[in-house]
Design a protein around this ligand. Structure first.
Ligand code: SAH
Ligand code: TYD
Length: 407
């Protein structure tokens, strides 16, 4: 019997994605033998509505000095975070002596905007290599995991925060009560805590099961975040839908009773009820859809293999680790994955061991088909590759929300 990480009720499992490696654990051949695996299953809590991993590797196995995800690889995301920062500066009327804390600032993609405006800031980033990139930009960074202890240390050193921000990080952290306790302490009386993460509503509707991997402990909804906030004298005062990462939700929280609550919150809660996100059956239907995608994609890849077509992939994403390992995709199906991230180059993808090559070689490779693993950046990537793909008759293979070949 497995207990909910938030409310300790018994959870209900709805998908078993099998044995999975570390999603960002790109590795060399000599490391294949010692590759770490865990059993990846996802469950729904009928009481607090939180969707969560049943088992997860230790945090140090995922976030360390060789972390492979660098936020600034997408120009679109740079602009997204520029706008996010501008909206916070306006909302909280931030001045030079205000304090902004960002949890999981990675290479500084968002917090650099506060630094550039001369606003007092602190980035919290435990993965040393990406934190170093942020530091090299002149950003103040502490290379630690955020938790209640770090919140207390920050108060002692810098005082309380006007805004605490986080993007694509909260859903990575199983010890949520320590995080929320820390936020309750660190936030000024009129401060706001704003975070965004992939939205479970989109994941369910688009069957984008690849948002499930070792780092993603939680798939949040407004329902589950409201429950969690309520356990720590905080409340959700606004929600804003974002198109990033295939559909995300931005949650604004404040101390209970301190700020007006936007109508958006009630409207979104109603949408979630309409989608059935408070019932197990919605998640079971999702599992059925995922199995259809699995069947369709493998049928296509096997057929292309038999026809001797050259199939490669674009974007060595963490998400693709779930896809390749759950579906059983091997280097026989996909010759290589191209990616712009230097630390992933000349290594192999976790579990499936597909070679990862520098992006520059993509245009020399002349494939017949390209599986778009970075489908959440489809607009940016398809625009960039339009001319090359069209002039060489190369086709994209997409699998979210269903399998299709795109000219
Ligand atoms: N905010 C960035 C990075 C997201 S990747 C973006 O949206 O692109 C997730 C990041 O969270 C990693 O850099 C990881 O090191 C960091 N992280 C994981 N656990 C954390 C914790 N407890 N406190 C602060 N950061 C954490
Ligand atoms: P992303 O989908 O943001 O994240 P995750 O690892 O969380 O699933 O990762 C995008 C990956 O795609 C990253 O490794 C960089 C790569 N990429 C390219 O190679 N070219 C591009 O134009 C873009 C936008 C990303």
């Amino acid at each position: 019997m497995k207990k909910c990480l938030i409310c300790s009720s018994e959870v209900e499992k709805f998908i078993d994605l099998g044995q999975q490696p570390i999603a960002n654990g790109f590795l060399k051949k000599e490391q294949f033998k010692s590759e770490y695996y865990f059993h990846m299953e996802v469950a729904f809590c009928p009481k607090c509505k939180m969707v969560q991993l049943v088992e997860q590797p230790d945090r140090e196995q995922m976030f360390h000095e060789n972390y492979a995800f660098f936020s600034s690889t997408s120009n679109y995301m740079k602009e997204h975070f520029h706008q996010f920062a501008s909206s916070v500066i306006k909302l909280q009327s931030l001045k030079e002596d205000s304090l902004v804390v960002e949890i999981g600032c990675n290479d500084g993609i968002m917090i650099q905007n506060f630094m550039q405006e001369g606003i007092r800031h602190l980035g919290v980033e435990p993965s040393k290599n990406v934190a170093e990139v942020a530091k090299s930009k002149g950003i103040n960074v502490t290379t630690e995991f955020f938790d209640v202890k770090l919140a207390e240390d920050t108060i002692a050193e810098c005082g309380k925060a006007d805004a605490i921000l986080s993007a694509n990080v909260m859903c990575h952290i199983p010890y949520m009560h320590s995080i929320f306790e820390g936020i309750e302490k660190l936030l000024k009386d009129d401060g706001v805590f704003i975070f965004e993460d992939p939205y479970v509503g989109d994941i369910i509707q688009k069957a984008s099961f690849d948002q499930i991997y070792d780092e993603h402990t939680f798939l949040f909804s407004v329902m589950s975040v409201s429950y969690l906030a309520g356990m720590h004298n905080l409340e959700v005062i606004d929600t804003e839908y974002q198109i990033t990462h295939g559909g995300s939700m931005r949650y604004t929280l404040a101390h209970k009773g301190r700020k007006n609550i936007s109508d958006n919150v009630e409207k979104q809660l109603q949408k979630e009820k309409d989608l059935g996100l408070d019932t197990l059956s919605a998640y079971e239907r999702f599992t059925d859809k995922v199995l259809v995608v699995k069947n369709d994609l493998m049928k296509l890849l096997n057929q292309l293999k038999d026809e001797g077509k050259k199939v490669v992939a674009y974007g060595a994403t963490s998400k693709s680790t779930t896809v390749t390992n759950f579906f059983g995709i091997s280097p026989e199906h996909i010759e290589f994955i191209c990616d712009t991230t230097p630390t992933k180059h000349n290594k192999f993808s976790p579990g499936a061991h597909i070679p990862v090559i520098p992006y520059e070689k993509f245009r020399e490779s002349n494939p017949d088909y390209v599986v778009l693993f970075a489908w959440n950046h489809a607009k940016e990537i398809m625009e960039k590759e339009k001319e090359y793909m069209e002039s060489n008759g190369i086709k994209w293979i997409m699998y979210v929300p269903d399998v299709k070949v795109v000219d």
